[in-house]
Design a protein around this ligand. Structure first.
Ligand SMILES: [Zn+2]
Ligand SMILES: [Zn+2]
Length: 184
């Protein structure tokens, strides 16, 4: 019993020790993504462009690991005054905000994000939630949900075909009646 207890405490201590460096990651705040569109309806084959914005769009950082507690162990000189890990290089370079499609039903819709424009294309009838997530190194990410409904372009066609068939049937019936009258 004592042994089990000891093993348990050891594991707990090890877990705590290993989770600490992760908590030491530099956090520069939240990179925000904003999109006015929360719901979108489009037809199969239709393409719709939805604008979005991110803040910040870029951040100057050195290329080090970004951990206050550097695993490379370069000591007290690891971080610059701005809190950059300088292990790889001391010159800051711009890192750009990425927008990723984190949640989607790929059978219903396809989405690509580029330079403030999300391009949606309807693939098959149905509805799903599309989650667009902004990611920037050393920032906490954020995301937006867009409810997408794809309507079948086929539905409209079916009604047209049904209407035309009905019209043809009526013309045919009228023609037959006229013939009967002529004969009689
Ligand atoms: Zn480092
Ligand atoms: Zn370092």
């Amino acid at each position: 019993m004592k042994k089990t207890c000891f093993a348990f405490i050891t594991i707990l201590l090890l877990l705590t020790a290993f989770s600490l460096p992760a908590a030491a990651y530099i956090n520069r705040g939240t990179v925000q993504i904003h999109c006015d569109t929360t719901a979108l309806t489009l037809a199969v084959g239709q393409t719709v462009q939805v604008p979005y914005s991110v803040d910040p769009a870029e951040s100057l950082q050195t290329q080090g690991c970004g951990m206050a507690d550097c695993p490379d162990g370069c000591g007290a000189n690891c971080l610059s005054r701005e809190g950059n890990c300088v292990c790889v290089d001391t010159v800051p370079v711009p890192f750009y905000t990425e927008v990723l499609v984190k949640k989607i039903d790929e059978r219903i819709v396809s989405v690509s994000c580029d330079n403030g424009i999300a391009t949606f294309q309807g693939l098959a009838p149905g509805s799903c939630t599309v989650n667009l997530a902004a990611r920037l190194r050393e920032f906490t990410g954020s995301s937006v949900d867009i409810a997408v409904t794809v309507e079948g372009a086929g539905t409209a066609n079916v009604w047209w075909i049904a209407g035309i068939c009905l019209l043809l049937a009526l013309i045919l019936l009228t023609g037959l009646r006229l013939r009967k009258r002529v004969r009689g």
